[in-house]
Ligand binder design. Structure first.
Ligand SMILES: Nc1ncnc2c1ncn2[C@@H]1O[C@H](COP(=O)(O)OP(=O)(O)OP(=O)(O)O)[C@@H](O)[C@H]1O
Ligand SMILES: [Mg+2]
Length: 253
């Protein structure tokens, strides 16, 4: 599969289309809400067993917000990010991205909206194994039908900024765990998204590298009013956000 066909395949595949973008931040209403969750609940059911992970949780992310989320293992942090990013559907409640109710969109339209506005850093990177770091990072731009030249230049620039300028041609299996994580961060940022949802983005990084990645995210926040919602176990890094929320018993405080 070449890169173009891969990009098209991924454009059609909602589960693998996760990165996003727009250069300009559209101001919609006075509050400039980018992402809104209204009373979302999530119940996982398997046979007789059911787990209520999120219970009527509401959250608004405005333009330029920097929010950290902490919570114990199993408290539902990844579940929350997946719902906010349109990767999974709430059992109840609604999620609105750029003013649109995700549940009311077709799978393809939801994927395109995500590609336009959202960057997503998965807890377990989800890089495509058969593609190089450069190809993985340029993929969201290829999906948007940007030129190969521009996509590669932008991807190389972001990979440089996360310290992987010497690893452009390496495949994920040829990168260390922390390098994979940084490539995944570059992929989420390459499209200048309005909002970045990041699930333990620095979990595999040493303190210095984690600091460097946080600096990059804070710079982008300053430069383009990108909003960040970051899940982390690291309270030192969480405290660098403007707001720190704790997820416990299915709700945030
Ligand atoms: N697909 C699923 N089916 C059933 N239960 C699930 C599913 N996904 C998650 N869960 C359960 O939901 C709860 C929350 O999981 P989640 O992955 O959101 O936790 P987390 O806060 O991200 O944890 P961690 O810090 O370990 O990453 C867990 O108890 C988990 O077992
Ligand atoms: Mg998790």
């Amino acid at each position: 599969m070449n890169k173009n066909s891969a990009a098209n395949a991924h454009a059609a595949d909602d589960d693998t289309l996760h990165n996003a973008t727009t250069g300009a931040v559209e101001s919609n209403d006075a509050s400039q809400a980018v992402l809104v969750a209204n009373n979302i609940s999530k119940r996982y059911s398997q046979g007789d067993l059911s787990v209520d992970v999120l219970k009527s949780l509401s959250l608004t992310i405005n333009r330029g917000d920097r929010i950290g989320i902490i919570g114990s293992s199993g408290s539902g942090k990844s579940t929350l990010l997946h719902l906010l990013g349109g990767l999974d559907k709430p059992s109840q409640g609604e999620v609105h991205l750029a003013g649109q109710n995700l549940a009311q969109l077709s799978q393809r339209a939801r994927g395109m909206l995500r590609n336009k506005h959202l960057g997503f850093v998965y807890q377990f990177h989800h890089l495509l194994p058969e593609f190089t770091a450069l190809e993985n990072v340029s993929m969201p731009l290829m999906i948007r039908k940007e030129s190969v030249k521009h996509a590669n230049e932008k991807a190389a620039h972001l990979l440089n900024r996360v310290g992987l300028g010497e690893r452009l041609r390496h495949k994920p299996s040829e990168l260390s765990g922390g390098e994979r994580q940084r490539a995944a961060i570059a992929r989420a940022l390459v499209t200048d998204p309005q909002v970045v949802l990041a699930d333990e983005p620095t979990g595999n990084l040493d303190e210095n590298t984690a600091d460097h990645v946080y600096e990059l995210m804070l710079e982008l926040n300053q430069e383009s009013a990108t909003s960040f919602l970051i899940v982390t176990h690291d309270s030192r890094l969480a405290n660098r956000m403007d707001t720190v929320l704790t997820l416990t018993h299915g709700t945030i405080s």
